[in-house]
Design a protein around this ligand. Structure first.
Ligand code: ADP
Ligand code: MG
Length: 780
């Protein structure tokens, strides 16, 4: 170990010399100058002193003041100066993949290095990290995953948890774990960083830890609300013709509701009604109960946004525009629409950029660069640009007022949340983004009266999402009883949602009756997907039908590759229907579409294929790469047959694949009753439900299966099921749920509950005969 120490020391000195060289080079000097101009620099000594004397520190400061890029670097630099550059290990967590990647690249550049030297990153299934990496930016999920195998974080000297004000589920969870770890690791340092000023909350959670605020400066920003914008831009209202039935009905309902409401508050309603029209019918719905207008969750009023952008580009002074959208899909569709616009799509006038997780880093860099003179930069982004990414030359902000959190993290059990109104704090934060370099302007695309109804702060994620993955993680980290553990959170979730999650994990067989992790549960906790999708993968491996199952799981955890452009909805839906044939399965349709695309790719015609079939090539590519990762993960965990060819022996057996889908998606199940002219679908919890119109099972005259299993249901005005697959009675009986739960009897009893509820006689018969057969079999 003395030899080891000497080697480390020598290495540390080398690192120190190399940094000095860089800092004395012309580029290095320039960079250093920039870094010294950031507000955080003034606090450098105070920060480092407090860290050396306290185990926990809470840091707050305006977005852009240098928390994320500077503070971890200060620590690294002070370690290097103290000749510990080869032995320290600093981990800085980010709530999102893209910020982990973007920030690490930036910090490496500030240090005159390539990524993977002293600075690296690691996100799910991807990373850039070398032998000498001492400062690692990773997602919170990655650190939790590491805790799975390294409970004491051996060798780690500093943990920095960034953006804690967002109160993401993973971050709240990590804080409980770290709070327990600190007494066991007295030398470990924990730094919490937050943009807004609720530092006291975190400080008191850690027994009154010291806090340091970095004062920042921003220019004033003028706020416009919808009523001002309509007036300023003279937006022409779109007539309500050319609307499909669904839309027409919705408009009709909205108008009726608006009339009722009008009697009470005519003034607000006229604004709201204008808003409904202004944003075109796609953009707005109306909720009278809360007496406010709201965006239609399906889509934003693109025409209106386009109109506002045109106004700014052609009438307002120069300066970048940052548009806050709800999610990736919206960003892409809007970008396509804008690119086709004569002014906004003209590259000599407008540099149009999208900012999202899966974009290539070359495009990522453009976001931070100044465009050429006379070219206006427009960046379409999600709420991640609120705090984790700072674009300096933004002067105008366009805020749609909604946010949808989509996450690919394993621990986040919500693949798709409905867009909902942001909080006042978020709106303020978005507005602030316009005042980085000079006074700015913010266009809030909703009426002032709607803003007034926003909550002050967003509810912590732990209190508004299903907790299944989290509970599984608590068990696999051996953190004790789930309820007790979660009661120690900053703001503990409701008992009921914890119980729901535990019950769900028991139903799918991840936990036994005593809440102990089963073998299946342990395997599920290793896979970076939701438990139900993990179960599908494992069964796909066990039953040797891996290829199609991997495609389905990848599709469900990335996003739907089937596009439904609004103006070509029918064409798109019939294109999708071709992939289903008589299979009555959206999941199998996805498999066919993916396989067709692979074939087309081999013949160099992937793009034509996508174009013709309304498929997103980008999504298919993402699915493709995720599949590869699944394969390696399964191979590593030796779930795949040694003889690799075997794992697809049954891939062409559609019935088997259907059964595996059922096993994964249960208890997401609804009964099918074919009536003369229509089909009635029912779930146990919701009663009647509907299918999204792009499902292959929607609008068919008959579904020849008594059951549909589905991945996801969304409540809008009715409950809608997204993708579904038809299954037979016997498949449901054998694959639905967990046969080992309470023995065969227990399993059948539970299914019996479904059977009684739906009062389905054919299932009853199958059930009885199957029970008899199985009992006989067991007796033998
Ligand atoms: P905070 O975490 O406090 O919000 P950051 O450390 O992310 O602030 O950013 C500090 C400053 O560094 C920003 O104001 C911006 O000027 C600059 N910066 C950050 N990332 C980049 C980048 N990728 N390219 C250029 N400048 C950047
Ligand atoms: Mg930051």
């Amino acid at each position: 170990s003395a030899v080891m120490d000497r080697v480390l020391h020598r290495r540390s000195l080398q690192i120190r010399n190399k940094q000095q060289e860089w800092q004395e080079s012309p580029e290095g000097l320039k960079m250093l100058e920039f870094r010294k101009s950031l507000p955080a620099y003034k606090e450098r000594d105070a920060l480092l002193n407090t860290i050396s004397q306290n185990q926990v520190l809470v840091v707050s400061g305006e977005t852009g003041c240098g928390k994320t890029t500077q503070l971890p670097q200060y620590i690294l630099e002070s370690e290097i100066e103290a000749a510990r550059g080869a032995s320290c290990s600093i981990i800085c967590t980010q709530p999102r993949r893209i910020s982990a990647m973007a920030v690490s690249e930036r910090v490496a550049a500030e240090r005159g290095e390539n990524l993977g030297e002293s600075v690296g990153y690691k996100v799910r299934l991807e990373g850039m990290k070398g032998r000498d990496t001492r400062l690692l930016f990773c997602t919170t999920g990655i650190l939790l995953r590491r805790l799975l195998v390294d409970r004491d974080l051996k060798g780690v000297t500093h943990v920095i948890v960034d953006e804690i004000h967002e109160r993401g589920m993973n971050e709240d969870f990590l804080l409980i774990v770290l709070k327990d770890l600190l007494p066991r690791r007295p030398d470990l340092r924990l730094i919490l960083m937050s943009a807004t000023l609720n530092a006291e909350l975190f400080s008191s959670y850690f027994g009154g830890a010291p806090t340091i605020h970095i004062p920042g400066f921003t220019y004033p920003v003028r706020a416009y609300f919808l009523e001002n914008i309509l007036e300023m831009t003279g937006y022409r209202l779109t007539p309500f013709n050319q609307i499909d039935d669904y839309g027409q009905e919705k408009i009709w309902k909205m108008q009726k509701q608006a009339q009722t409401f009008k009697k009470r508050k005519s003034q607000i309603v006229s604004v709201v009604e204008d808003a409904v029209e202004a944003a075109d019918y796609r953009g707005y719905g109306l909720r009278t109960r809360e007496s406010l207008a709201c965006w239609n969750p399906d889509s934003i009023g693109f025409n209106f946004i386009q109109h506002v952008l045109c106004h700014i580009v052609s009438k307002e002074r120069p300066g970048g525009i940052l548009v806050f959208m709800t999610g990736w899909d919206d960003i892409n569709s809007l970008k396509d629409q804008l690119l086709a616009h004569p002014l906004l799509g003209d590259p000599s006038k407008v540099l149009l950029l999208a900012c999202h997780g899966s974009m290539p880093s070359s495009e990522q860099r453009l976001i931070f660069e100044k465009p050429e003179d006379g070219v206006r930069k427009i960046v379409l982004a999600t709420n991640m640009a609120e705090t984790s990414i700072t674009i300096n030359d933004v002067v105008f902000v366009v805020d749609c007022g909604k946010a949808k959190e989509t996450s690919y993290d394993a621990l986040n059990n919500t693949p798709c949340l409905l867009p909902s109104w942001i909080s006042k704090a978020s709106a303020r934060q978005r507005r602030g983004r316009a005042g980085r370099v000079q006074p700015g302007e913010c266009y809030h695309l909703y009426p002032r009266c709607v803003y007034d109804t926003f909550a002050d702060y967003q509810l912590p994620e732990l209190l508004r999402t299903p907790l299944q993955s989290l509970c599984l993680q608590i068990k696999s980290l051996e953190l004790g009883g789930i309820t007790k553990f979660l009661s120690r959170a900053l703001q503990p979730p409701e008992l009921l949602s914890v119980q729901n999650a535990v019950e769900y994990l028991k139903i799918i067989g991840a936990l036994d009756e005593n809440e102990n992790l089963t073998v299946l549960g342990r395997n599920l906790s290793m896979l970076p997907v939701e438990p139900k999708l993990g179960k599908m993968l494992i069964l796909g491996a066990i039953f040797n039908c891996l290829d199609p199952v991997m495609t389905i799981v990848a599709g469900l955890s990335v996003r739907d590759p089937f596009l439904t452009p609004f103006d070509k909805k029918d064409l798109a839906e019939s294109a999708k229907a071709q992939f289903s044939g008589r299979e009555h399965s959206d999941h199998l349709a996805l498999v066919r579409a993916y396989e067709g695309w692979k074939e087309a790719e081999r013949q160099q015609s992937g793009y034509e294929y996508c174009w013709k079939n309304f498929l997103s090539a980008q999504t298919l590519k993402a699915i493709d790469s995720l599949r590869k990762q699944f394969f390696y993960l399964l191979k590593d965990s030796s779930l795949i047959d040694q003889n690799i060819e075997n794992c697809n022996t049954w891939s062409h057996d559609e019935h088997l694949v259907r059964s595996v889908i059922c096993a994964g998606l249960f208890p997401g199940i609804c009964s099918v009753v074919n009536k003369e002219k229509s089909i009635a679908l029912k779930t146990m919890e919701d009663g009647l439900v509907l299918l999204y119109s792009n499902s292959v099972n929607a609008g068919v005259p008959k579904i020849p299966y008594p059951w549909l299993v589905f991945n996801e249901k969304v409540k809008v005005n009715a409950v809608f099921l997204r993708d579904s697959t038809g299954v037979s009675d016997s498949v449901l009986l054998l694959f639905g749920g967990n046969i080992s739960r309470g023995g065969l009897d227990g399993h059948l009893k539970m299914l019996g509950g479904y059977l009684e509820f739906f009062m389905n006689p054919s299932l009853a018969n199958t059930y009885l005969s199957l029970k008899r057969e199985l009992e006989e079999l067991i007796q033998k």
